[in-house]
Write a protein that binds this ligand. Structure first.
Ligand code: GLU
Length: 491
């Protein structure tokens, strides 16, 4: 195969959408797999809708995902001259023509077509103007657009999409489309094709919405004598109600930034998004970076719409449960030294990070992360559900407090008494802590569940977690007994 060159070409008109991110991921994977080049091209020619914030958001989002580009970012707006030159070449070679029809004339024809229930297509009025007529109109200062001349043929244009297979479009159904406006600015369809030619793109891997543009872009390629790339269009992503996923309907859950804020590991999101429209024959779900690069192929991309399993307002899952479970998988299994920096960042943001975690308390810090991560789904859980392990400033689950503590007023005496007994322990291990608690329960004839649940709630702020005595050992004697003694203040 020739040297692979692919590109991600977002229009910077909003945040980085997970659909766009998936396109970037597929391009990146394809480039990596074939030792090719992954190019980032920002398609910012729509000056009114493009914003600097959006460009920054796209760059940050891609970097966070680890989708580093080899070339670029190129900016389409810097290439306008090349687009105009291409239009000029097409004019000179007879593949395009100047159209002097006024807006009003075109509108009237469109309305007439609608009135007679005909599909409107430009009627090619200016396609065969004589050179004299053209010169006269130009001298008279009549503005013109440049239109592409669709070959006058009965046949169809056929191309093979690497995902959708053979696609056929009759020439007679394609309008002589505008490539240059009367102010000399190129239309997007032309800019996109010319940039792909100049960037020597070998595989155009993009969203399914690009499929409608492809026949006209192929004609531009051919008219310019350029080698055609291969095209591969990615399936749409719909929700369970078969709606296209969008910010309007689904909210922030469709933006990459949302996952970053929710405590996703970037690779977990990449892994999840890769599966949104692509799978291996054994439907495997977890892939390391190298495994995904090795396994990925455009042939594995499905033609049917992919399903994003999230319904707005779902109280149980904040996004597709599969995304959450993949993230949890990485949190649970990642080497601790790789997970540690992510945990540091989350604890720092919550203001419960202590520099000693990385110096004198490093072994303790790693054991703590390892103990509590087993039940976590996001990195943020370390700073919320896990706060009590790192700081005395931790949230108390109000339901747990209600059920496990406030219902039993005797705890205001029991827990401080237990604390005194535990303070006298010579060593602080699974065995000694458990024995102290069990003896206390036996002596006072307390229902063991009542005391155990109360200790957990008071010491960790949560009603569930790892084994109680493992928690106490990790949290340590001083903090455990102080929290137990503090019980009366919770009432
Ligand atoms: N700029 C287009 C978009 O954001 C991409 C088109 C393409 O990849 O060819 O939808």
């Amino acid at each position: 195969m020739e040297q692979v060159r692919v590109r991600f070409a977002p229009s910077p008109t909003g945040y980085l959408h997970i659909g766009g991110a998936r396109t970037a991921i597929y391009n990146w994977l394809f480039a990596k797999k074939h030792n090719g080049t992954f190019i980032l091209r920002i398609e910012d020619t729509d000056a009114e809708r493009s914003t600097q914030d959006s460009i920054q958001g796209i760059l940050d989002g891609l970097k966070w995902l680890g989708m580093e580009w080899d070339e670029g970012p190129y900016f389409q707006s810097a290439n306008l001259n090349a687009h105009r030159q291409a239009a000029q070449l097409l004019l000179e070679s007879g593949h395009a023509y100047k159209c002097f029809c006024t807006k009003e004339e075109l509108e009237a024809k469109k309305e007439a077509a609608i009135a007679s229930k005909q599909a409107y297509k430009y009627d090619r009025t200016c396609r065969n103007l004589s050179p004299e007529e053209i010169a006269r109109k130009e001298q008279a200062g009549i503005p013109y657009v440049v239109r592409f001349k669709i070959p006058d043929m009965q046949e169809s244009l056929i191309f093979n999409d690497l995902v959708y297979g053979p696609i056929e479009r009759k020439y007679e159904d394609i309008e002589d489309f505008v490539i240059l406006r009367s102010d000399g600015s190129p239309l997007y369809l032309l800019s996109n094709a010319v940039d792909d030619i100049n960037d020597r793109i070998t595989h155009v891997i993009r969203g399914q919405d690009g499929l409608a543009n492809t026949p006209r872009q192929i004609l531009i390629y051919k008219a310019l004598g350029a080698k055609l790339p291969q095209f591969a269009h990615m399936p749409l992503t719909l929700d369970l109600q078969k709606r296209k996923i969008s910010k309007r309907t689904h909210g922030e859950v469709v933006s990459v930034q949302f996952y970053r804020e929710k405590g996703f590991l970037p690779w977990a999101l990449v892994n999840f998004l890769a599966l949104l429209g692509w799978h291996t024959s054994d439907d495997r779900e977890i892939f390391s970076k190298q495994e995904l690069i090795d396994a990925f192929s455009l042939e594995g991309v499905s033609r049917s719409n992919s399903i994003f399993n999230y319904t707005p307002g779902d109280a149980k899952f904040f996004t597709d449960p599969k995304a959450i479970s993949i993230n949890a998988h990485y949190i649970k299994t990642m080497p601790l030294n790789e997970l540690e920096p992510w945990v540091n960042a989350v604890l720092k943001a919550a203001d419960i990070f202590d520099e000693t975690f990385l110096t004198t308390q490093k072994a303790w810090y790693y054991s703590t992360i390892d103990l509590i991560r087993q039940r976590f789904h996001t990195l943020n859980d370390f700073a919320t559900l896990g706060a009590a392990y790192f700081s005395d400033n931790f949230p108390m689950d109000s339901k747990a407090l209600q059920k496990n503590v406030l219902k039993h007023p005797q705890l205001t005496e029991w827990l401080p008494q237990l604390a005194e007994r535990m303070e006298r322990l010579d060593s602080w291990t699974l065995e000694t802590t458990e024995k102290a608690v069990r003896d206390f329960i036996a002596e006072r004839n307390i229902a063991s569940g009542t005391l155990i649940n109360a200790i957990r709630t008071v010491v960790t702020g949560q009603s569930v977690g790892p084994g109680l005595f493992e928690c106490l050992v990790i949290i340590g004697k001083d903090r455990t007994t102080a929290r137990l003694k503090n019980t009366p203040t919770l009432f």
